[in-house]
Design a protein around this ligand. Sequence first.
Ligand code: GDP
Ligand code: MN
Length: 383
Amino acid sequence: MKLHEYQSKDLLAKYGVAVPGGQVTSDPEEARKIAEDLGGSCVVKAQVLMGGRGKAGGVKLFDNADDAGTFAKELLGKKLVSIQNPDGMIVEQILIGELIDIAEEYYLSVLLDRAEQKLVVMISKEGGVEIEQVAHDTPEAIVRLHVDNAWGLDTFQVRDAVAQANIPAKAQRQMVAMIIKLVEAYRGSDAEMIEINPVAWTPDGKLIAADAKVALDDSALFRHKEFAATADESAEHPIEAEAARRGIAYVNLGGEIGIMGNGAGLVMCSLDEVNAAGASPANFLDVGGGAKAERVKSCIELVLMDENVTGLLINIFGGITRCDEVAKGILQAFDEMEVNIPVVARVEGTAAEEGLRLLEGSQIIGAQTMQEAAAKIVAAVKA
Ligand code: GDP
Ligand code: MN
């Protein structure tokens, strides 16, 4: 789940990171008042879940409240389009922030390096709106510092990395402290990504997070109810958002064969088999254990919300759950809904024969192995 800038800043402030003051609103008149309270000097920033707002015209600096109010009115309801987000996003909220004087702009982020299986802190002296260009043209200008899983970060390592990144001596001490706080915030909030760009260095010698982007791990949101309540789904796939509401593990993959299976590993194998059979899977979906008719129905509904789906593959392995029970669930679900695309079900494990027998005579084509099931659904769709 992606957090808005103002939420990200609130989160980071709790961990002691310096952030500018400010307030969020969706009302232009209130925006003017907030600007007035800030003494007129302020920055008005679109709160949309996309990068490159500055270049898209979603960030503007002001020296008086009236101009800020006029711009707020213009910005609210407008669609912002950036290179990172060519489809654009409508501005529904804006942040009126305290204007900070920026002398230099640095870059910091924390994310997971999957290859190293460690957190990595990325540090650069070349922050600001051109960071993508920097990463592309001079990747050596971004220093990577891995966090040891057992020992965490040691201050001397951070100091070394900050110096390697050529952060000016005057800002090094505060930069080191900010990095340590960011890693704490990352761990404490179960984040997937934290990015501060720019990290602003002010003429009076303060290091401040002038922008912040935090994404939290959806699977850990139950530990962070305060954020779950304010989830903004505008940057999510609509079916994935619906699946999250229903408590179903679903990932859209963009292909044509809808998939439903029990157990994440089995579903992953099903995706591979569909690929091997010459088609592409539309989704990942783990129906979970038990799989009563109500849940099966809810899952099939989800898969069919995707208009690209032209066939459905069901892959069930009965362990403690008996296949005949699952087959009953599937039949009952199909009874209550109209499915007019080919459906193949592979049923194996405890009481598989009974399960397959139950499916006989229904619209569902039975299969005994995953390979057979994948071949059958791909053939049925291509026919
Ligand atoms: P982004 O383009 O979506 O990453 O939005 P940012 O919040 O990073 O804003 C873009 C640029 O606007 C920053 O790189 C800064 O140069 C500038 N900016 C944002 N906030 C302030 C501020 O409070 N003071 C000053 N002087 N510039 C700001
Ligand atoms: Mn930024």
